[in-house]
Ligand binder design. Structure first.
Ligand code: PLP
Length: 395
């Protein structure tokens, strides 16, 4: 999606004048972003811009960001070990907690290895830097997350974008690829909760000797057996399959991990610049993610509850909700058309006590603005019914 820019060829009076013109162009197009101020912590009830709200925009699918055991683990890690990790593992050594979390994640996901990165964003960039290169072609779903798009750029590969969820289009694109191929897709698309037919993508990957990279950011903890993600749900695996997970969403912490073979891990540690040249996760984040993973593993009913909340939310929104991969997908999109109307609805919902994010370009393609509602296992039925009624009423 092209970002609007002021006219080319007109020299600005100063660097700051240029920046002001860019901002003004976005403002005139109704695309100016203004992050709101939040008080009261990470729970699903807090205060935003001074108003108490129930949060329906966070990625804290299981309510673990503020869970007492997760907080406690983070606090103890800070007291026992310190805060910062002091450098990347190449520089300062890999802290034991990082190694332990990698082993637990790999075991939970049934993967030979997991390699932590400072964020989910960095994990996606690192994996494409490692697998890509000038001799490769990356085939990327048209709706992939910005971190995968940036990873494609950092990989210095040829990039072919195939139509959203369209395996037949991907197949056509693959036929034109002469050398190595890397197929990359989100598992659950973050703006509408749709999901690819991974088996079809896997068949294509196998027949073309390609890597298949699956970003499970919104699938870990929400999808598949016990929240093990879409590849687990569809029985897709093998040495060529790479799963990226984030620790920042259902696990309520921060960080990312890349899961695959021991060889993949070796390659990442040599070629994944985004994880080699960036400070490793701080101890509290590692400890929090480990505690959250243990809770997810011990309490699969959290994932069940999330599915029930999501189904109730979707049912309450009725025809206003766009179709998703499953009625239990926690991401529910409500199409709203143009940016101005979308942000008016977003503001009106905030006034009624609900934090719901309106999405505009470049997050979504022009003309497809939407409200994005996200269910969490900790929402009560009354909260879900309340937001659904408010959205329906305002529409
Ligand atoms: C699909 C997807 N992948 C990756 C990321 C990046 O994850 P993180 O926020 O942990 O950097 C996000 C976050 O918004 C995402 O939605």
């Amino acid at each position: 999606m092209a970002v609007l820019r002021p006219e080319r060829g007109v020299a600005p009076a100063s660097p700051t004048a240029w920046a002001e013109r860019v901002i003004e162009t976005d403002r005139r197009a109704g695309l100016l972003r203004r992050p709101r101020e939040r008080e009261g912590g990470s729970g699903h009830r807090c205060s935003v811009d001074g108003r108490p709200v129930v949060v329906f925009s966070s990625n804290d699918y299981l309510g673990l960001a503020a869970h007492p055991e997760v907080r406690d683990a983070a606090a103890r890690a800070a007291l026992e070990l310190g805060v910062g990790s002091t450098g990347s593992r190449h520089l300062s050594g890999g802290h034991r907690g990082i190694g332990e979390l990698e082993e637990e994640l790999a075991s939970f996901l049934g993967s030979a290895t997991a390699t932590l990165a400072p964020s989910g964003y960095a994990a996606n960039v690192a994996v494409l830097e490692a697998l890509g290169g000038p001799d490769a072609t990356i085939l990327s779903d048209a709706h992939n997350h910005a971190s995968l798009i940036d990873g494609c750029r950092a990989a210095r590969s040829r990039v072919e974008v195939y139509r959203h969820l369209d395996a037949a289009h991907l197949e056509g694109r693959l036929r034109g690829v002469a050398g190595r191929a890397v197929i990359v897709t989100d598992a659950v698309f973050s703006t509408d909760g749709t999901a690819p037919d991974l088996r079809a993508l896997d068949r294509l990957a196998r027949s073309h000797g390609a890597w298949l990279v699956v970003d499970e950011a919104h699938a870990l903890g929400t999808t598949g057996p016990g929240g093990r993600g879409l590849a687990a749900a569809q029985g897709v695996g093998g040495d060529h399959v790479v799963r990226v997970v984030t620790l920042s969403k259902a696990l309520g912490s921060a960080g990312g991990a890349i899961c695959g073979t021991a060889t993949l891990r070796q390659l990442l540690l040599q070629r994944g610049r985004a994880l080699i040249f960036s400070t490793a996760l701080p101890h509290p984040s590692v400890a929090a993610a480990t505690a959250a993973l243990r809770l997810l593993s011990a309490r699969p009913e959290l994932v069940e509850r999330l599915g029930d909340v999501a189904r109730r939310l979707r049912a309450g929104l009725g025809d206003a909700a766009a179709p998703a991969a499953s009625p239990r997908s926690p991401i529910v999109a409500v199409p709203t058309g143009d940016a101005e109307r979308t942000m008016r609805l977003d503001a009106a919902l905030w006034q009624r006590g609900y934090l719901v994010q309106g999405l505009r370009p470049p997050t979504v393609p022009a003309g497809s603005c939407r409200l994005r509602l996200v269910a969490s296992a900790v929402h009560t039925d009354a909260e879900v019914d309340g937001v659904a009624a408010a959205v329906t009423d305002l529409l």
